[in-house]
Design a protein around this ligand. Sequence first.
Ligand code: UGY
Ligand code: MN
Length: 251
Amino acid sequence: MRAQHELLYSRTRVKPRYALLPLEGVPCSRLPAWTDTEARVLAAPVLGASFVEYLLDMRAGGGTRHEADGRVETFVYVLSGAARLSIDGKRQPALAAGGYALIPPNAAFELAASRATQALLLRKVYEPAPGIAMFKPLVGQASKVKGDVYGGDAGARLQLLIPDDLAYDLAMNIFTFETGHSLPYVETHVMEHGLYVLQGKGLYYLDDTWMEVEATDFIWMGPYVPQSYYATGPVASRYIYYKNVNREIAL
Ligand code: UGY
Ligand code: MN
């Protein structure tokens, strides 16, 4: 928010095939299924995305109780704080910063913040595939996931939070770039991204324009939007992003 005597300006860009949403421009709302929680809707079908992504701020004791609907899968990633998670009534390891879970559409879950907690939450209609069984719930911690050298550049590392397995129809990855390192080319692909910058800053190439981005920015990239990234420092930059994978393209 700017003081009344300051000019208004914004890096926000909303285009038909991509959007850059600096957090300061996204107001909070509340959701019926979440108590003591403020939600910012980062991506939604009305934007052009085929998934929903929220940034959630839960007060201590806030959270949700979710019944399985057999249709929508949920990914949660804790940015700060700590939360208790149960899946189908079974207590899971507590989720602290970097803790995450992927819950299949046929499972119920409860999430409760033990103290003030910020988390990203993504919801997507699960796409079944012939001969592929439904995956089991997955709970992990990002700091325990190995970072692979990307494109032969040790200054660019990729962590796959969800195993590279046909059972999953989505990827959630964390990219870490040392200052001055970049994606090796301008990518153009059918998959979408919902991307949240965790740390640092850089330049994102979206469609045909370089744009400055920094920690807490969200980017939606629709199918086939040309994209690339340079980390500009002074600290390494990291972002977490969603990608739909492993399924035939519907006709
Ligand atoms: O996995 C990806 O498509 C990734 N390289 N894209 C991105 O970081 N914009
Ligand atoms: Mn990409």
